[in-house]
Ligand binder design. Structure first.
Ligand code: ZN
Length: 218
Protein backbone atom coordinates (compact mmCIF):
# COMPACT_ATOMS: atom_id res chain seq x y z
CA UNK A 1 0.00 0.00 0.00
CA UNK A 2 1.49 3.40 -0.89
CA UNK A 3 1.59 6.40 1.43
CA UNK A 4 -1.38 8.16 -0.13
CA UNK A 5 -3.52 5.04 0.21
CA UNK A 6 -2.45 4.71 3.85
CA UNK A 7 -3.37 8.32 4.56
CA UNK A 8 -6.70 7.92 2.80
CA UNK A 9 -7.36 4.76 4.82
CA UNK A 10 -6.70 6.67 8.03
CA UNK A 11 -8.99 9.51 7.01
CA UNK A 12 -11.68 7.34 5.48
CA UNK A 13 -11.24 3.85 6.91
CA UNK A 14 -12.91 1.19 4.77
CA UNK A 15 -16.19 0.14 6.30
CA UNK A 16 -18.59 -2.73 5.90
CA UNK A 17 -21.17 -1.31 3.47
CA UNK A 18 -24.05 -2.70 5.43
CA UNK A 19 -23.37 -1.99 9.14
CA UNK A 20 -20.62 0.65 8.92
CA UNK A 21 -18.13 -1.27 11.07
CA UNK A 22 -14.57 -0.36 10.15
CA UNK A 23 -12.89 -3.18 8.22
CA UNK A 24 -9.13 -3.16 7.79
CA UNK A 25 -9.28 -4.44 4.22
CA UNK A 26 -12.78 -3.29 3.34
CA UNK A 27 -15.48 -5.69 2.27
CA UNK A 28 -18.47 -7.10 4.08
CA UNK A 29 -18.07 -8.04 7.76
CA UNK A 30 -18.72 -11.67 8.80
CA UNK A 31 -21.84 -10.70 10.78
CA UNK A 32 -23.46 -9.04 7.77
CA UNK A 33 -22.26 -11.83 5.51
CA UNK A 34 -24.33 -14.18 7.67
CA UNK A 35 -27.48 -12.06 7.92
CA UNK A 36 -27.73 -10.61 4.40
CA UNK A 37 -30.76 -11.77 2.38
CA UNK A 38 -28.83 -13.80 -0.21
CA UNK A 39 -30.75 -15.19 -3.13
CA UNK A 40 -30.65 -19.00 -3.20
CA UNK A 41 -28.77 -20.83 -5.92
CA UNK A 42 -31.90 -21.41 -8.01
CA UNK A 43 -33.14 -17.83 -7.51
CA UNK A 44 -30.06 -15.86 -8.56
CA UNK A 45 -31.08 -15.54 -12.20
CA UNK A 46 -34.40 -14.09 -13.33
CA UNK A 47 -35.69 -14.06 -16.86
CA UNK A 48 -36.86 -10.61 -17.91
CA UNK A 49 -38.95 -9.63 -20.93
CA UNK A 50 -37.23 -10.57 -24.20
CA UNK A 51 -35.60 -13.67 -22.65
CA UNK A 52 -33.09 -11.34 -21.00
CA UNK A 53 -31.35 -12.90 -18.00
CA UNK A 54 -30.57 -10.85 -14.90
CA UNK A 55 -28.53 -12.19 -11.98
CA UNK A 56 -28.62 -10.65 -8.50
CA UNK A 57 -26.86 -11.92 -5.37
CA UNK A 58 -29.22 -10.23 -2.88
CA UNK A 59 -32.90 -9.65 -2.30
CA UNK A 60 -33.77 -5.96 -2.05
CA UNK A 61 -34.76 -6.35 1.61
CA UNK A 62 -33.58 -5.69 5.18
CA UNK A 63 -29.85 -5.04 5.45
CA UNK A 64 -29.35 -5.15 1.67
CA UNK A 65 -32.03 -2.53 1.07
CA UNK A 66 -30.63 -0.24 3.77
CA UNK A 67 -27.10 -0.49 2.35
CA UNK A 68 -28.21 0.17 -1.21
CA UNK A 69 -30.39 3.14 -0.24
CA UNK A 70 -27.45 4.63 1.66
CA UNK A 71 -25.23 4.07 -1.35
CA UNK A 72 -27.76 5.62 -3.69
CA UNK A 73 -29.15 8.59 -1.82
CA UNK A 74 -26.82 9.55 1.00
CA UNK A 75 -23.68 10.17 -0.98
CA UNK A 76 -22.08 6.99 0.25
CA UNK A 77 -20.29 6.34 -3.01
CA UNK A 78 -17.47 4.57 -1.17
CA UNK A 79 -19.88 1.66 -0.71
CA UNK A 80 -19.64 1.09 -4.44
CA UNK A 81 -16.53 -1.05 -4.10
CA UNK A 82 -18.04 -3.72 -1.89
CA UNK A 83 -21.39 -3.73 -3.70
CA UNK A 84 -19.78 -3.73 -7.16
CA UNK A 85 -17.56 -6.66 -6.22
CA UNK A 86 -20.59 -8.59 -4.98
CA UNK A 87 -22.33 -8.07 -8.32
CA UNK A 88 -19.13 -8.90 -10.21
CA UNK A 89 -18.67 -12.24 -8.45
CA UNK A 90 -22.30 -13.08 -9.11
CA UNK A 91 -22.01 -12.23 -12.82
CA UNK A 92 -18.81 -14.26 -13.18
CA UNK A 93 -20.53 -17.28 -11.63
CA UNK A 94 -23.75 -17.00 -13.60
CA UNK A 95 -22.42 -15.94 -16.99
CA UNK A 96 -18.91 -17.41 -17.33
CA UNK A 97 -17.41 -16.51 -20.70
CA UNK A 98 -20.61 -14.82 -21.84
CA UNK A 99 -19.48 -11.18 -21.89
CA UNK A 100 -16.50 -9.20 -23.13
CA UNK A 101 -17.71 -5.66 -22.36
CA UNK A 102 -19.06 -4.17 -19.14
CA UNK A 103 -21.42 -1.21 -19.15
CA UNK A 104 -24.08 0.25 -16.86
CA UNK A 105 -27.58 1.74 -16.77
CA UNK A 106 -26.83 5.50 -16.68
CA UNK A 107 -28.66 8.25 -14.81
CA UNK A 108 -29.63 11.44 -16.64
CA UNK A 109 -27.28 14.44 -16.68
CA UNK A 110 -29.66 16.31 -14.40
CA UNK A 111 -29.66 13.48 -11.85
CA UNK A 112 -25.89 13.17 -12.12
CA UNK A 113 -25.43 16.87 -11.30
CA UNK A 114 -27.74 16.57 -8.32
CA UNK A 115 -26.27 13.36 -6.91
CA UNK A 116 -22.67 13.96 -7.93
CA UNK A 117 -22.12 10.39 -9.07
CA UNK A 118 -23.72 7.77 -11.25
CA UNK A 119 -24.27 4.87 -8.89
CA UNK A 120 -24.35 2.13 -11.53
CA UNK A 121 -21.18 3.47 -13.16
CA UNK A 122 -19.41 3.23 -9.79
CA UNK A 123 -20.60 -0.38 -9.46
CA UNK A 124 -19.32 -1.16 -12.96
CA UNK A 125 -15.95 0.48 -12.17
CA UNK A 126 -15.62 -1.57 -8.97
CA UNK A 127 -16.49 -4.77 -10.84
CA UNK A 128 -14.00 -4.04 -13.59
CA UNK A 129 -11.19 -3.38 -11.10
CA UNK A 130 -11.55 -7.03 -10.08
CA UNK A 131 -11.19 -8.06 -13.70
CA UNK A 132 -8.37 -5.63 -14.53
CA UNK A 133 -10.41 -3.88 -17.14
CA UNK A 134 -12.50 -0.72 -17.58
CA UNK A 135 -16.22 -0.41 -18.13
CA UNK A 136 -17.30 1.12 -21.43
CA UNK A 137 -19.87 3.91 -21.57
CA UNK A 138 -22.35 2.61 -24.14
CA UNK A 139 -25.59 4.29 -23.05
CA UNK A 140 -26.81 7.79 -22.39
CA UNK A 141 -30.05 8.72 -20.71
CA UNK A 142 -31.48 11.50 -22.81
CA UNK A 143 -34.68 12.20 -20.87
CA UNK A 144 -34.93 13.00 -17.16
CA UNK A 145 -38.04 10.88 -16.69
CA UNK A 146 -39.80 10.34 -13.33
CA UNK A 147 -37.98 7.82 -11.08
CA UNK A 148 -39.09 4.21 -11.58
CA UNK A 149 -39.22 3.81 -7.79
CA UNK A 150 -42.32 6.01 -7.70
CA UNK A 151 -44.24 3.84 -10.19
CA UNK A 152 -45.60 0.44 -9.15
CA UNK A 153 -47.50 -0.72 -12.23
CA UNK A 154 -45.35 -2.89 -14.53
CA UNK A 155 -46.82 -1.51 -17.78
CA UNK A 156 -46.43 2.07 -16.57
CA UNK A 157 -42.81 1.34 -15.67
CA UNK A 158 -42.18 0.02 -19.19
CA UNK A 159 -43.81 3.09 -20.72
CA UNK A 160 -41.79 5.40 -18.45
CA UNK A 161 -38.42 4.17 -19.76
CA UNK A 162 -39.38 3.73 -23.40
CA UNK A 163 -37.07 5.79 -25.63
CA UNK A 164 -35.19 7.50 -22.80
CA UNK A 165 -31.85 5.74 -23.49
CA UNK A 166 -29.64 5.93 -26.56
CA UNK A 167 -26.37 4.33 -27.53
CA UNK A 168 -23.33 6.61 -27.20
CA UNK A 169 -20.51 4.18 -27.95
CA UNK A 170 -19.75 1.35 -30.36
CA UNK A 171 -21.90 -1.58 -29.29
CA UNK A 172 -21.55 -3.53 -32.54
CA UNK A 173 -20.53 -7.15 -32.04
CA UNK A 174 -20.10 -6.71 -28.28
CA UNK A 175 -21.22 -9.29 -25.75
CA UNK A 176 -22.34 -6.95 -23.02
CA UNK A 177 -22.71 -7.26 -19.25
CA UNK A 178 -25.15 -4.53 -18.22
CA UNK A 179 -24.97 -3.47 -14.55
CA UNK A 180 -27.46 -1.73 -12.29
CA UNK A 181 -28.13 -1.48 -8.56
CA UNK A 182 -31.68 -2.85 -8.31
CA UNK A 183 -33.82 -4.99 -10.58
CA UNK A 184 -37.54 -4.56 -9.89
CA UNK A 185 -39.68 -5.38 -12.92
CA UNK A 186 -36.70 -5.34 -15.27
CA UNK A 187 -38.29 -2.62 -17.43
CA UNK A 188 -35.18 -0.41 -17.40
CA UNK A 189 -32.75 -3.28 -18.04
CA UNK A 190 -34.95 -4.63 -20.86
CA UNK A 191 -35.16 -1.25 -22.52
CA UNK A 192 -31.38 -0.70 -22.27
CA UNK A 193 -30.68 -4.21 -23.58
CA UNK A 194 -32.98 -3.61 -26.54
CA UNK A 195 -31.25 -0.32 -27.35
CA UNK A 196 -27.86 -2.10 -27.25
CA UNK A 197 -29.09 -4.94 -29.45
CA UNK A 198 -30.61 -2.48 -31.91
CA UNK A 199 -27.14 -0.91 -32.13
CA UNK A 200 -25.64 -4.28 -33.04
CA UNK A 201 -24.64 -5.79 -29.69
CA UNK A 202 -24.27 -9.55 -30.13
CA UNK A 203 -25.71 -10.38 -26.71
CA UNK A 204 -26.63 -8.78 -23.39
CA UNK A 205 -26.77 -10.27 -19.89
CA UNK A 206 -27.56 -8.25 -16.77
CA UNK A 207 -26.46 -8.16 -13.18
CA UNK A 208 -27.90 -6.09 -10.34
CA UNK A 209 -26.72 -5.94 -6.74
CA UNK A 210 -30.22 -6.82 -5.60
CA UNK A 211 -33.69 -7.55 -6.85
CA UNK A 212 -37.18 -7.40 -5.45
CA UNK A 213 -39.18 -10.51 -4.76
CA UNK A 214 -42.35 -11.29 -6.60
CA UNK A 215 -43.27 -12.14 -10.12
CA UNK A 216 -44.11 -9.62 -12.77
CA UNK A 217 -46.08 -9.96 -15.95
CA UNK A 218 -43.75 -10.26 -18.93
ZN1 ZN B 1 -21.35 -5.44 8.50
Amino acid sequence: MNLLDRILDLLFPPKCPFCGRVREHGGICPECEKTLPWTAENEVCRELPGALRCAAPLWYEELAREGILRFKFQGASALATALGELAARCAAEQFPGEFDTVTWVPVSKKRLRKRGYDQAELLARAACRLWDTEPVCLLHKTVDNPAQSGISDAAARRANVLGVYEVCGDAAGKRVLLMDDICTTGATLSECAQVLKDAGAESVVCVAVSKTRGTFKK
